[in-house]
Design a protein around this ligand. Sequence first.
Ligand code: ADP
Ligand code: MG
Length: 261
Amino acid sequence: MSTLEIRGLTASVAGKQILNGIDLTISSGEVHAVMGPNGDGKSTLSAVVMGKPGYTVTGGKVLLDGVDMLALPTWERAAAGLHLVMQYPTEVPGVTLDAVLTEALKDRGRSADVGSLASQLHTEAARINFDEKFLDRPLNVDLSGGEKKRNETLQLAVLKPKIAILDELDSGLDIDALRDCARRVMDATREDGLGALVITHYSRLLEELRPSRIHILVKGRIVESGGPELADVLERDGYAAFTPADSSSADAVSGDYLAGL
Ligand code: ADP
Ligand code: MG
């Protein structure tokens, strides 16, 4: 059983405060969704948790099973069990998927898995309808948006992280790819006890990747948390009801409206 705890996290990028105090707790087997308008800090949250350069943490904590992730370089966070599926997966010319996973498994003390990597890759590729011809390509190079996300999902399936952040898994995906990727992640929560933090601004994804909790992130704060029904409210009413009239302060969200949910 693993737990990722994000406590009072504040962070800035390019001199601008973007995260204004995020509190989230995700445990093994759970799916939490973070939804919110464009530009309000969702990707920044994923970047800060993984330690992407350029983001400055100004306060708060990120703990994985009590271990301070903010004190570790990105690769050690990943080796400890944190995993990010990026909104826009990076192309890495000259480095194959096989090479990446071989090194990553060694870093995780799982050299034994390396021997069976080829067969795992074929099994996993078939499971998410990822064309095997892409397995030998340099990482993500010349792949379509959908193929890149399948490729990233395949890495997650092989590495078996404790907690994964999926930043807009749905962006750049057609319906079939979305279903394949979402189902594989959902299976990982059941089979491997993966805890998933799913970032999206469309409820469509959540029909496949069913969250137990939904959090609404507006202007760098979680302004509301609730059950799956919150996605229906968003689908109906949009984010307007959760967007503070005074854009400088998320505290200004209508208490009456939230109390009525
Ligand atoms: P979301 O994912 O919710 O759409 P982001 O976290 O990507 O939002 O962005 C939040 C804000 O931070 C935006 O105003 C964005 O322009 C800014 N921002 C994010 N990353 C960077 C960066 N590396 N450099 C400069 N500004 C950034
Ligand atoms: Mg984003």
